[in-house]
Design a protein around this ligand. Structure first.
Ligand code: SAM
Length: 258
């Protein structure tokens, strides 16, 4: 199973990755998420593994004054950052946070139901999938939606090939996080929810300099300090011959209706 690593828990690395996706990505992941999750004014939303609020903040704007967002994350520092942004944007009255491991969600979020539950790039950190999905099922109102998304098994194949190529190796078989949505999330929701649909999204990240490529790699969980100088040299060499390095974020989303 996937252990939470520095690059997942480090608030600064997360911010850096989000900035990279915003700057170098071709499409907007949030637009795609909201299209399938369909949040509306006045709704109660639960954002699981919310991080620094990439979805919680716009969701609070979408649900408006009559709606509410409950944002859950295992890292208090990320939740503090989220509330700071919420205050700056003027939506802090519509958001509450809960610091909890998703595996213990049932002990920390109960006695309420939500119109929408989201888990963007976080559900694969759980260690007790059946238990957590059953908890989520109970938290969704009848007629409500649970949407979760994360990487597909071919996610970022291009930068992985570049990285493993430095060691003269092939890209290894996909790990727990790269297969969780397809192998575990999808069948588990199918066994619980009334209507389940799968969606795919591809977002090419186009880097225009060796420095930009290095910054992305060093904020990503592929990073290996032992390859640091080799990566810089190979990236510089690549950009002598090419103007752009493209790696593709390949995302799978599952929408489960109760
Ligand atoms: C990659 S970030 C995703 C943040 C945001 N949802 C997004 O899409 O940008 C993953 C988040 O999941 C949180 N996380 C990881 N393991 C967790 C767990 N077991 N319980 C709750 N949150 C967890 C991390 O702290 C981090 O904020």
């Amino acid at each position: 199973m996937l252990e939470i690593g520095k690059f997942d828990s480090d608030t600064d690395a997360l911010k850096q990755r989000i900035n990279t996706h915003d700057k170098f990505g071709t499409y907007d992941l949030n637009e795609w998420i909201f299209e399938h999750m369909m949040p509306k004014v006045g709704q109660q939303v639960l954002d699981l593994g919310c991080g620094t609020g990439k979805q919680s903040i716009p969701l609070a704007q979408i649900v408006g004054e009559s709606g509410h967002v409950l944002s859950v994350d295992i890292w208090q520092k990320s939740l503090d950052g989220l509330m700071q942004t919420a205050q700056q944007v003027g939506v802090n009255q519509r958001i509450n946070t809960v610091c909890s491991d998703l595996d213990e969600l049932d002990a920390n979020v109960y006695g309420q139901e939500f119109d929408r539950v989201l888990s963007s790039y976080s559900i694969y950190y759980i260690k007790k999938p059946r238990h957590v999905f059953e908890t989520i099922y109970k938290l969704v109102k009848t007629g409500g939606v649970f949407f979760f998304c994360g990487p597909s098994r071919f996610n970022n194949l291009e930068i992985k090939q570049f990285h493993y190529g430095l060691r003269g190796e092939q890209v290894p078989s996909p790990d727990w996080s790269d297969t969780f949505i397809e192998n575990i999330g999808l069948p588990t929701t199918q066994s619980l929810f009334k209507e389940v649909a799968e969606f795919r999204f591809e977002n090419p990240l186009r880097f225009d300099s060796a420095e930009a490529l290095y910054r992305y790699w060093s904020s990503y969980n592929l990073y290996d300090a032992r390859l640091d100088s080799a990566f810089k040299v190979a990236a510089a060499d690549y950009f002598k011959r090419n103007a752009i390095f493209t790696t593709i974020k390949r995302v799978i989303g599952v929408r489960a209706m109760k």
